[in-house]
Design a protein around this ligand. Structure first.
Ligand code: ADP
Ligand code: MG
Length: 272
């Protein structure tokens, strides 16, 4: 019971299928887990197993076939009236080229009629904190991929979401940019104490960024295992965590779980 009180989000026995003319595709099968407030959790699993489906159900974009999604900060099952604030970040930054970075960052506030002086102050603070202030009048195409992802994150954060849902937000970036941007973004999320759920197909990324990893099985996805990550670190940055002595053990453990699911052989980057 105590664990339930601490948790922000609870999934109970969630099932979901797609129906089309070709038939039924069972995507999720009896998924149950809880996410604590402030926790940074990664979800890994094979391509097509149902990860994005899971996130869209949590975001309330689709309705579960059976089972429940409960946000404990509202004390109610997810419903339009009781909806928590959800930040959703996808693979592509979805910045609009005809708007400046500043105009892109305030887009959500504008749409939701939330352009208050306090919110605009927060926008300025975040732009300054994350080194985008001097680029605020530039168009997205004038910025690097990493800067654009930072701008997309700021646009999400200014809405002050209760939970951040990140669906492979770094996979469109090249490997080197990805390392530094994922590290930057993770530090931003940690420093703001946000609850975050990150989908990634990169095992090393999951270990270095998250404090807990949920491994999903092949479709229909079930929770195969739930691994807490504890790394011995001298420097708390996600990049440095790749040098932690336990890193390799977590990698091997995750790889074993994944191999059991008949995945292909490991590549050096640990992508699945
Ligand atoms: P993942 O994000 O893990 O790669 P998805 O959640 O996107 O997987 O998809 C899970 C399964 O559901 C896949 O087999 C996919 O083909 C199928 N699927 C996804 N969206 C639809 C849809 N709109 N209609 C029918 N099947 C879908
Ligand atoms: Mg997906």
């Amino acid at each position: 019971m105590e664990q339930i009180e601490q948790s922000l989000l609870e999934l109970k026995d969630l099932c979901y299928s797609y129906h089309s003319l070709e038939g039924e595709t069972i995507a999720l099968s009896h998924i149950s887990f809880q996410i604590k407030k402030g926790e940074f959790t990664a979800i890994v699993g094979p391509s097509g197993c149902g990860k994005s489906t899971l996130l869209s159900l949590i975001a309330g974009l689709d309705t579960p076939e059976s089972g429940e999604i409960i946000f404990h900060n509202t004390g109610q099952p997810a419903s339009p009236e009781q909806k928590p604030r959800i930040g959703y970040m996808l693979q592509h930054d979805h910045l609009f080229e005809w708007r400046t970075i500043y105009k892109n960052v305030i887009l959500g506030l504008e749409i939701n009629h939330m352009l208050t002086p306090e919110k605009l102050e927060l926008v300025t603070k975040l732009l300054k904190d994350y080194d985008l202030y001097k680029f605020r009048d530039k168009k997205p195409s004038e910025l690097s991929g990493g800067m654009k992802q930072r701008a997309a994150l700021i646009r999400t954060l200014v809405m002050e979401p209760d939970i951040l849902l990140l669906d492979e937000p770094f996979s469109a970036l090249d490997y080197q940019t990805r390392l530094s941007v994922s590290s930057d973004i993770c530090s931003i999320i940690r420093s703001t104490g946000k609850t975050a759920l990150l989908i990634t197909h990169d095992l090393s990324e999951a270990i270095s960024l998250a404090e807990r990893i949920l491994v999903l099985s092949r479709r229909p996805a079930t929770v195969k295992c739930d691994i807490p990550v504890h790394l011995t670190l001298t420097d708390n940055s996600p990049l440095a965590s790749r040098n932690a002595p336990e890193f390799k053990d977590y990698f091997n453990l995750l790889w074993k779980e994944i191999s059991d699911e008949n995945y292909r052989q490991p590549e050096q980057s640990g992508k699945i």
